[in-house]
Write a protein that binds this ligand. Structure first.
Ligand code: ADP
Ligand code: MG
Length: 341
Protein backbone atom coordinates (compact mmCIF):
# COMPACT_ATOMS: atom_id res chain seq x y z
CA UNK A 1 0.00 0.00 0.00
CA UNK A 2 1.19 3.58 -0.61
CA UNK A 3 1.96 5.34 2.70
CA UNK A 4 -1.18 7.48 2.48
CA UNK A 5 -3.29 4.33 2.61
CA UNK A 6 -1.67 2.91 5.67
CA UNK A 7 -4.22 2.09 8.33
CA UNK A 8 -3.65 2.83 12.00
CA UNK A 9 -2.40 0.00 14.23
CA UNK A 10 -5.31 -1.62 15.97
CA UNK A 11 -5.76 -4.66 18.15
CA UNK A 12 -7.70 -7.29 16.26
CA UNK A 13 -11.11 -8.27 17.55
CA UNK A 14 -11.17 -11.36 19.75
CA UNK A 15 -13.07 -13.49 17.30
CA UNK A 16 -10.63 -12.74 14.48
CA UNK A 17 -7.68 -13.58 16.75
CA UNK A 18 -9.31 -16.92 17.48
CA UNK A 19 -9.97 -17.54 13.80
CA UNK A 20 -6.32 -16.87 13.00
CA UNK A 21 -5.20 -19.21 15.79
CA UNK A 22 -7.65 -21.82 14.52
CA UNK A 23 -5.92 -21.72 11.17
CA UNK A 24 -2.81 -23.20 12.76
CA UNK A 25 -4.60 -25.71 14.90
CA UNK A 26 -7.55 -26.94 12.89
CA UNK A 27 -6.69 -28.14 9.44
CA UNK A 28 -9.55 -30.62 9.09
CA UNK A 29 -12.16 -32.49 11.15
CA UNK A 30 -9.51 -34.87 12.49
CA UNK A 31 -7.75 -31.90 14.14
CA UNK A 32 -10.91 -31.20 16.12
CA UNK A 33 -11.21 -34.87 17.07
CA UNK A 34 -7.62 -34.78 18.33
CA UNK A 35 -8.20 -31.71 20.51
CA UNK A 36 -11.44 -33.03 21.99
CA UNK A 37 -9.89 -36.42 22.75
CA UNK A 38 -6.96 -34.71 24.46
CA UNK A 39 -9.44 -32.85 26.64
CA UNK A 40 -11.42 -35.98 27.47
CA UNK A 41 -8.25 -37.85 28.48
CA UNK A 42 -7.01 -34.89 30.53
CA UNK A 43 -10.34 -35.03 32.38
CA UNK A 44 -9.67 -38.66 33.33
CA UNK A 45 -12.21 -40.28 31.00
CA UNK A 46 -12.41 -44.10 30.99
CA UNK A 47 -14.88 -44.34 28.15
CA UNK A 48 -15.01 -42.03 25.14
CA UNK A 49 -17.58 -42.02 22.35
CA UNK A 50 -16.92 -40.15 19.13
CA UNK A 51 -19.86 -39.46 16.82
CA UNK A 52 -19.31 -38.10 13.35
CA UNK A 53 -21.53 -37.12 10.47
CA UNK A 54 -20.34 -36.59 6.89
CA UNK A 55 -16.70 -37.29 7.69
CA UNK A 56 -16.88 -34.92 10.66
CA UNK A 57 -17.70 -31.84 8.61
CA UNK A 58 -21.37 -31.78 9.63
CA UNK A 59 -20.87 -33.07 13.16
CA UNK A 60 -18.14 -34.11 15.58
CA UNK A 61 -19.31 -35.04 19.03
CA UNK A 62 -17.01 -36.36 21.73
CA UNK A 63 -18.63 -37.70 24.86
CA UNK A 64 -16.63 -38.64 27.95
CA UNK A 65 -17.15 -39.79 31.51
CA UNK A 66 -14.39 -37.59 32.94
CA UNK A 67 -14.53 -35.06 35.77
CA UNK A 68 -16.79 -32.62 33.99
CA UNK A 69 -16.71 -28.83 34.14
CA UNK A 70 -18.39 -26.77 36.87
CA UNK A 71 -21.32 -24.69 35.61
CA UNK A 72 -19.64 -21.39 36.45
CA UNK A 73 -16.56 -22.32 34.39
CA UNK A 74 -18.31 -23.38 31.18
CA UNK A 75 -18.23 -19.90 29.69
CA UNK A 76 -14.59 -19.37 30.68
CA UNK A 77 -13.63 -22.64 28.97
CA UNK A 78 -14.41 -21.01 25.61
CA UNK A 79 -12.20 -18.01 26.20
CA UNK A 80 -8.78 -17.79 24.59
CA UNK A 81 -5.83 -18.81 26.78
CA UNK A 82 -8.18 -20.05 29.49
CA UNK A 83 -7.05 -23.35 30.97
CA UNK A 84 -7.28 -25.33 34.18
CA UNK A 85 -4.03 -27.16 33.37
CA UNK A 86 -1.24 -24.68 34.05
CA UNK A 87 -1.02 -21.53 36.09
CA UNK A 88 2.66 -20.62 35.92
CA UNK A 89 5.84 -20.99 33.89
CA UNK A 90 7.09 -23.72 36.21
CA UNK A 91 3.86 -25.66 35.60
CA UNK A 92 4.56 -25.37 31.88
CA UNK A 93 7.99 -26.95 32.30
CA UNK A 94 6.62 -30.05 33.96
CA UNK A 95 3.22 -30.24 32.30
CA UNK A 96 1.82 -33.77 32.21
CA UNK A 97 -1.52 -33.10 30.52
CA UNK A 98 -2.12 -33.21 26.78
CA UNK A 99 -3.46 -29.66 26.76
CA UNK A 100 -2.17 -26.52 28.48
CA UNK A 101 -2.47 -23.68 25.97
CA UNK A 102 -6.15 -23.04 26.54
CA UNK A 103 -6.71 -22.42 22.85
CA UNK A 104 -8.60 -25.32 21.38
CA UNK A 105 -12.17 -24.65 22.44
CA UNK A 106 -11.89 -20.94 21.64
CA UNK A 107 -10.45 -21.70 18.22
CA UNK A 108 -13.05 -24.32 17.38
CA UNK A 109 -15.81 -22.03 18.58
CA UNK A 110 -14.58 -19.37 16.15
CA UNK A 111 -14.83 -21.61 13.08
CA UNK A 112 -17.77 -23.89 13.86
CA UNK A 113 -20.95 -24.14 15.89
CA UNK A 114 -19.90 -25.45 19.26
CA UNK A 115 -21.79 -26.51 22.34
CA UNK A 116 -20.51 -28.00 25.60
CA UNK A 117 -22.69 -30.11 27.78
CA UNK A 118 -21.20 -31.04 31.11
CA UNK A 119 -21.96 -32.27 34.56
CA UNK A 120 -19.26 -31.73 37.12
CA UNK A 121 -18.38 -34.40 39.68
CA UNK A 122 -20.59 -33.89 42.70
CA UNK A 123 -22.98 -31.49 40.93
CA UNK A 124 -26.62 -32.49 40.82
CA UNK A 125 -27.34 -31.32 37.33
CA UNK A 126 -25.74 -30.80 33.97
CA UNK A 127 -25.63 -27.63 31.88
CA UNK A 128 -25.27 -26.99 28.21
CA UNK A 129 -23.53 -23.91 26.86
CA UNK A 130 -24.24 -22.69 23.35
CA UNK A 131 -20.91 -21.32 22.13
CA UNK A 132 -22.60 -19.01 19.62
CA UNK A 133 -25.13 -17.25 21.85
CA UNK A 134 -23.48 -17.85 25.22
CA UNK A 135 -26.79 -19.18 26.48
CA UNK A 136 -26.53 -21.62 29.40
CA UNK A 137 -29.34 -23.95 30.40
CA UNK A 138 -29.80 -27.07 32.55
CA UNK A 139 -30.06 -30.48 30.89
CA UNK A 140 -29.93 -34.12 31.99
CA UNK A 141 -26.62 -35.97 31.87
CA UNK A 142 -24.44 -38.18 34.01
CA UNK A 143 -21.04 -36.89 35.17
CA UNK A 144 -18.79 -36.06 32.24
CA UNK A 145 -18.67 -33.84 29.20
CA UNK A 146 -19.95 -33.86 25.65
CA UNK A 147 -18.59 -31.36 23.18
CA UNK A 148 -20.50 -31.00 19.92
CA UNK A 149 -19.02 -29.29 16.89
CA UNK A 150 -21.23 -28.69 13.86
CA UNK A 151 -20.59 -27.24 10.41
CA UNK A 152 -16.83 -26.94 10.65
CA UNK A 153 -15.41 -24.02 8.62
CA UNK A 154 -18.90 -22.63 7.90
CA UNK A 155 -17.48 -19.16 8.52
CA UNK A 156 -14.25 -19.75 6.60
CA UNK A 157 -15.27 -21.11 3.18
CA UNK A 158 -11.67 -20.90 1.91
CA UNK A 159 -10.71 -23.59 4.42
CA UNK A 160 -13.76 -25.63 3.68
CA UNK A 161 -12.69 -25.88 0.05
CA UNK A 162 -9.50 -27.68 1.09
CA UNK A 163 -11.42 -30.55 2.61
CA UNK A 164 -11.31 -33.89 0.81
CA UNK A 165 -14.17 -36.33 0.40
CA UNK A 166 -16.13 -37.40 3.47
CA UNK A 167 -14.51 -40.83 3.23
CA UNK A 168 -11.02 -39.32 3.37
CA UNK A 169 -11.89 -36.97 6.23
CA UNK A 170 -13.48 -39.88 8.08
CA UNK A 171 -10.31 -41.94 7.64
CA UNK A 172 -8.27 -39.12 9.17
CA UNK A 173 -10.71 -38.87 12.08
CA UNK A 174 -10.45 -42.60 12.75
CA UNK A 175 -6.67 -42.33 12.61
CA UNK A 176 -6.81 -39.57 15.23
CA UNK A 177 -8.84 -41.83 17.52
CA UNK A 178 -6.50 -44.75 16.86
CA UNK A 179 -3.49 -42.66 17.90
CA UNK A 180 -5.15 -41.83 21.19
CA UNK A 181 -6.32 -45.40 21.66
CA UNK A 182 -2.75 -46.70 21.28
CA UNK A 183 -1.59 -44.18 23.85
CA UNK A 184 -4.19 -45.21 26.42
CA UNK A 185 -5.07 -48.94 26.35
CA UNK A 186 -7.04 -48.71 29.60
CA UNK A 187 -9.56 -46.29 28.09
CA UNK A 188 -12.45 -47.57 25.95
CA UNK A 189 -13.12 -45.84 22.62
CA UNK A 190 -15.94 -46.12 20.13
CA UNK A 191 -16.52 -44.30 16.87
CA UNK A 192 -19.85 -43.82 15.14
CA UNK A 193 -20.32 -42.44 11.66
CA UNK A 194 -23.67 -41.42 10.22
CA UNK A 195 -25.41 -43.45 12.93
CA UNK A 196 -23.35 -46.63 12.51
CA UNK A 197 -20.78 -48.02 14.93
CA UNK A 198 -17.59 -48.27 12.88
CA UNK A 199 -14.83 -48.85 15.45
CA UNK A 200 -14.88 -50.08 18.99
CA UNK A 201 -11.86 -50.66 21.15
CA UNK A 202 -12.85 -51.83 24.60
CA UNK A 203 -10.77 -50.95 27.63
CA UNK A 204 -7.85 -53.34 27.24
CA UNK A 205 -6.30 -55.47 29.98
CA UNK A 206 -2.85 -55.26 28.39
CA UNK A 207 -1.12 -52.92 25.93
CA UNK A 208 -0.74 -55.88 23.53
CA UNK A 209 -4.49 -56.39 23.56
CA UNK A 210 -5.03 -52.78 22.50
CA UNK A 211 -2.42 -53.11 19.76
CA UNK A 212 -4.18 -56.22 18.48
CA UNK A 213 -7.58 -54.49 18.54
CA UNK A 214 -6.57 -51.11 17.16
CA UNK A 215 -4.00 -52.36 14.62
CA UNK A 216 -4.23 -56.11 14.07
CA UNK A 217 -3.43 -59.49 15.57
CA UNK A 218 -0.69 -59.72 12.95
CA UNK A 219 0.93 -56.56 14.22
CA UNK A 220 1.43 -58.22 17.59
CA UNK A 221 2.44 -61.66 16.33
CA UNK A 222 4.88 -60.16 13.83
CA UNK A 223 6.63 -57.79 16.21
CA UNK A 224 9.04 -58.04 19.08
CA UNK A 225 8.84 -56.40 22.42
CA UNK A 226 11.08 -53.38 22.93
CA UNK A 227 12.31 -52.38 26.35
CA UNK A 228 15.25 -50.20 27.24
CA UNK A 229 15.51 -48.52 30.59
CA UNK A 230 18.03 -47.22 33.03
CA UNK A 231 19.16 -44.24 30.95
CA UNK A 232 17.55 -40.82 30.68
CA UNK A 233 15.20 -42.11 27.98
CA UNK A 234 12.99 -45.11 28.64
CA UNK A 235 11.80 -46.83 25.47
CA UNK A 236 9.05 -49.46 25.46
CA UNK A 237 6.73 -50.80 22.82
CA UNK A 238 6.84 -53.16 19.89
CA UNK A 239 8.85 -53.20 16.69
CA UNK A 240 7.87 -55.27 13.67
CA UNK A 241 10.11 -58.02 12.38
CA UNK A 242 11.55 -57.18 8.94
CA UNK A 243 8.98 -59.45 7.23
CA UNK A 244 6.18 -57.32 8.65
CA UNK A 245 7.39 -54.19 6.85
CA UNK A 246 4.87 -52.48 4.60
CA UNK A 247 4.96 -50.39 1.47
CA UNK A 248 3.26 -47.55 3.35
CA UNK A 249 4.38 -45.86 6.56
CA UNK A 250 0.93 -46.13 8.13
CA UNK A 251 1.94 -48.34 11.07
CA UNK A 252 4.52 -46.09 12.65
CA UNK A 253 3.58 -44.59 15.98
CA UNK A 254 5.78 -42.62 18.33
CA UNK A 255 4.70 -41.35 21.70
CA UNK A 256 6.68 -39.04 23.92
CA UNK A 257 5.37 -38.99 27.48
CA UNK A 258 2.02 -40.23 26.22
CA UNK A 259 1.70 -37.77 23.36
CA UNK A 260 1.68 -38.88 19.72
CA UNK A 261 4.46 -37.07 17.89
CA UNK A 262 6.19 -36.97 14.55
CA UNK A 263 9.87 -36.35 14.77
CA UNK A 264 12.78 -36.63 12.36
CA UNK A 265 15.26 -37.65 15.05
CA UNK A 266 13.02 -40.51 16.10
CA UNK A 267 12.20 -41.79 12.64
CA UNK A 268 15.84 -41.57 11.63
CA UNK A 269 16.82 -43.58 14.71
CA UNK A 270 14.38 -46.33 13.72
CA UNK A 271 15.58 -46.26 10.12
CA UNK A 272 19.14 -46.78 11.24
CA UNK A 273 18.17 -49.65 13.52
CA UNK A 274 16.57 -51.43 10.55
CA UNK A 275 19.34 -50.45 8.14
CA UNK A 276 20.85 -53.92 7.83
CA UNK A 277 17.66 -55.93 7.83
CA UNK A 278 15.29 -53.86 5.71
CA UNK A 279 15.96 -52.89 2.14
CA UNK A 280 14.54 -50.53 -0.43
CA UNK A 281 11.48 -48.50 0.35
CA UNK A 282 9.96 -51.01 2.80
CA UNK A 283 8.56 -49.29 5.88
CA UNK A 284 9.04 -50.86 9.30
CA UNK A 285 6.03 -51.08 11.59
CA UNK A 286 6.31 -49.99 15.20
CA UNK A 287 4.59 -48.50 18.19
CA UNK A 288 7.11 -46.95 20.56
CA UNK A 289 6.56 -45.12 23.79
CA UNK A 290 9.34 -42.87 25.06
CA UNK A 291 9.41 -41.66 28.61
CA UNK A 292 11.72 -38.80 29.29
CA UNK A 293 12.08 -36.17 31.99
CA UNK A 294 9.65 -33.40 30.87
CA UNK A 295 12.44 -30.89 31.48
CA UNK A 296 14.41 -32.57 28.64
CA UNK A 297 11.73 -32.17 26.01
CA UNK A 298 9.83 -29.08 24.90
CA UNK A 299 6.28 -29.81 23.77
CA UNK A 300 5.38 -26.16 23.34
CA UNK A 301 6.72 -25.91 19.80
CA UNK A 302 3.54 -25.79 17.79
CA UNK A 303 -0.16 -25.32 18.64
CA UNK A 304 -0.93 -28.90 17.57
CA UNK A 305 1.91 -30.23 19.78
CA UNK A 306 2.65 -32.91 17.20
CA UNK A 307 6.24 -31.68 17.11
CA UNK A 308 8.57 -31.70 20.05
CA UNK A 309 12.10 -30.50 20.62
CA UNK A 310 14.53 -32.64 22.57
CA UNK A 311 17.17 -30.96 24.64
CA UNK A 312 19.61 -33.68 23.62
CA UNK A 313 18.64 -35.21 20.31
CA UNK A 314 21.65 -37.55 20.23
CA UNK A 315 20.75 -39.11 23.54
CA UNK A 316 17.24 -39.84 22.27
CA UNK A 317 18.48 -41.10 18.91
CA UNK A 318 20.85 -43.57 20.55
CA UNK A 319 18.29 -44.81 23.02
CA UNK A 320 15.75 -45.53 20.28
CA UNK A 321 18.24 -47.04 17.90
CA UNK A 322 19.75 -49.35 20.51
CA UNK A 323 16.36 -50.29 21.93
CA UNK A 324 15.22 -51.54 18.53
CA UNK A 325 18.52 -53.15 17.55
CA UNK A 326 18.55 -55.11 20.81
CA UNK A 327 14.92 -56.12 20.39
CA UNK A 328 15.45 -57.33 16.82
CA UNK A 329 18.60 -59.23 17.78
CA UNK A 330 17.06 -61.04 20.74
CA UNK A 331 15.71 -64.52 20.03
CA UNK A 332 11.95 -64.48 19.79
CA UNK A 333 9.99 -66.45 22.36
CA UNK A 334 8.13 -68.20 19.55
CA UNK A 335 11.41 -69.20 17.84
CA UNK A 336 12.81 -70.77 20.97
CA UNK A 337 9.70 -72.85 21.47
CA UNK A 338 9.27 -73.86 17.85
CA UNK A 339 9.94 -77.54 17.12
CA UNK A 340 13.29 -78.18 15.46
CA UNK A 341 11.78 -79.45 12.23
P1 ADP B 1 -6.54 -26.77 27.26
O1 ADP B 1 -6.89 -28.19 27.01
O2 ADP B 1 -5.24 -26.40 26.63
O3 ADP B 1 -6.61 -26.39 28.71
P2 ADP B 1 -8.99 -26.19 25.82
O4 ADP B 1 -9.44 -24.98 25.10
O5 ADP B 1 -8.88 -27.45 25.05
O6 ADP B 1 -7.60 -25.83 26.50
O7 ADP B 1 -9.97 -26.43 27.07
C1 ADP B 1 -10.16 -25.37 28.02
C2 ADP B 1 -10.50 -25.92 29.39
O8 ADP B 1 -11.82 -26.50 29.36
C3 ADP B 1 -9.61 -27.04 29.88
O9 ADP B 1 -8.46 -26.53 30.53
C4 ADP B 1 -10.51 -27.81 30.82
O10 ADP B 1 -10.53 -27.25 32.11
C5 ADP B 1 -11.89 -27.61 30.21
N1 ADP B 1 -12.32 -28.78 29.41
C6 ADP B 1 -12.35 -28.88 28.07
N2 ADP B 1 -12.81 -30.08 27.67
C7 ADP B 1 -13.08 -30.78 28.79
C8 ADP B 1 -13.60 -32.09 29.06
N3 ADP B 1 -13.90 -32.94 28.07
N4 ADP B 1 -13.76 -32.45 30.35
C9 ADP B 1 -13.45 -31.60 31.37
N5 ADP B 1 -12.95 -30.36 31.18
C10 ADP B 1 -12.78 -29.95 29.91
MG1 MG C 1 -7.35 -28.95 25.13
Amino acid sequence: LPPAERRPIRELPDELISQIAAGEMVERPASVVRELLDNALDAGARQITVRLASGGVRLISVEDDGLGIPREELTVALRRHATSKIASLSDLETVGTMGFRGEALAAINAIAELSILSRFTGADSAFVLDGGTGELRPVARSVGTTVEVRELFFATPARRKFLKTDATELAHCIEAVRRHALARPEVGFSVWHDGKLIEQWRAAATPEQRLADALSDDFVSQSVSVLREGGPVRVVGRAGIPDAARSRNDHQFFYVNGRFVRDKVLSHAVRSAYEDVLHGQRQPVYVLYLEIDPARVDVNVHPTKIEVRFRDGREVHQAVRHAIEDALAAPRAGDALAPAD
